[in-house]
Ligand binder design. Structure first.
Ligand SMILES: [Zn+2]
Length: 162
């Protein structure tokens, strides 16, 4: 396993924490000088907060650790392509690089819907690497939504019986 895969594995472990509390499994870590300095996972429903995305929570922690809003020299590893809000925050943080597991064709803003990370008109562009442990990351999401559909189907059926 190479370094990138090792850190993506750590992001996957974060995503599993989200799954444990019935959240969509999305996780990320932020790395500085080959060390994880912050972790985050999706808590949108449980916190009832639009801002509770994995990436934002990790950025907040990383800034605290670095003692600076600038995250120069940092790399984020995230299991799913960031949304427009998180991609915006990533650019604002001046982070060097983002490594993505699976892409999100319907909402991703690192190349799918648009690529906020590399717009030449902004004052900062982020180096991008996609497809790291892609199958593992997308399978985790597919399994989650399959289980969710199954649960809903069972609920409907039990409602018919009762
Ligand atoms: Zn987001």
């Amino acid at each position: 396993m190479n370094q990138e895969e090792k850190f993506m594995k750590a992001a996957i472990r974060e995503a599993k924490k989200a799954e444990k509390i019935q959240e969509v499994p999305i996780g990320c870590v932020i790395v500085f000088e080959d060390k994880i300095i912050a972790r985050g996972y999706n808590r949108r429903n449980i916190d009832k907060n639009t801002l509770a995305h994995a990436e934002l929570s990790a950025i907040k922690k990383a800034s605290k650790k670095m003692g600076d809003w600038r995250l120069e020299g940092c790399t984020m590893y995230v299991t799913l392509e960031p949304c427009q809000m998180c991609a915006g925050a990533i650019v604002q943080s001046r982070m060097d690089k983002v490594v993505i597991g699976s892409m999100n064709p319907k909402a991703g803003c690192a190349g799918s819907v648009l690529n906020l990370l590399q717009l030449p008109a902004f004052n900062h562009q982020v180096t991008l690497k996609t497809g790291v442990l892609e199958e593992e990351c997308s399978k985790m999401l597919r399994d989650f939504f399959r289980k969710l559909r199954e649960l809903k189907r069972l609920e409907k059926e039990s409602a018919k019986i009762l």
